[in-house]
Write a protein that binds this ligand. Structure first.
Ligand SMILES: C[S@@+](CC[C@H](N)C(=O)[O-])C[C@H]1O[C@@H](n2cnc3c(N)ncnc32)[C@H](O)[C@@H]1O
Length: 210
């Protein structure tokens, strides 16, 4: 059966049509981005066809994107010639991209099972400056959600391995690297937005009382 990357390669065009909307899909993400000073550098991890990269870049920030779907990246590059997009798996070492102030992961960790979350967080920590933040959008739940995993496209079955995650699960996986800061924009759809901050940032805030 075909897997996650095959599914997103096959459906990249449909995702692009759905996600390049004039209105922001996740207003909380833009509120998050506004906290950063001009010139800050963002990584859009699991950027897909690059719609959120584009929105953040349009706010005046530097953005790089990373995804493992070649077809999604083709669209991302075509539509955003000013943004650098890398093809890689988020579980690999992608520290070659350099350091960033913030990582956003919109509906990307839904494809990472619980026991691989610590690795995913550690890869993000490796590219983040000491005082950085992370915005993640996940589907609430635990374990694999079969009805969101199995799809038939053009007569072929795909298992895009879709996992729900609880905040507790994320906090445990991020422990020692990132601390939970805030939940944002929970609109009752089952999708949750969470902000994590590097443990270093949290400690320096405690010291200065800010
Ligand atoms: C639901 S889409 C979200 C795309 C984009 N963030 C958005 O909001 O439009 C999930 C994306 O995660 C990517 N992805 C899934 N697992 C990945 C992995 N292990 N490494 C890199 N990219 C991955 C897929 O290729 C796909 O583009």
């Amino acid at each position: 059966m075909k897997g996650i990357m095959d599914y997103y390669d096959k459906t990249a065009l449909e995702w692009a049509k759905m996600s390049y909307t004039p209105d922001p899909e996740i207003p909380a993400l833009l509120d998050f981005a506004r906290r950063f000073p001009p010139g800050s550098r963002f990584l859009d991890l699991c950027c897909g066809c690059g719609c959120e990269s584009q929105r953040i870049h349009a706010m005046g920030y530097e953005v790089v994107g990373l995804d493992f779907s070649e077809e999604s990246l083709k669209i991302a590059r075509e539509r955003n010639p000013d943004i650098v997009f890398y093809q890689d798996d988020l579980r690999n070492d992608y520290s070659y991209i350099g350091k960033v102030d913030a990582v956003i992961v919109i509906a990307g960790l839904v494809h990472i099972e619980k026991d691989q979350l610590p690795l995913a967080f550690s890869r993000m920590r490796d590219v983040m400056k000491d005082e950085g933040r992370l915005f993640i959008t996940v589907r609430e739940g635990q374990g694999k959600i079969e009805k969101r995993s199995q799809y038939i496209v053009d007569g072929e079955t795909y298992d895009r391995a879709f996992f729900g995650h609880s905040l507790e699960e994320l906090q445990a996986a991020a422990s020692g690297m990132f601390a939970f800061e805030q939940g944002m924009g929970d609109d009752g759809t089952g999708w949750h937005n969470y902000i994590f901050t590097t443990v270093k940032e949290k400690e320096s805030k405690k010291r200065t009382g800010k």
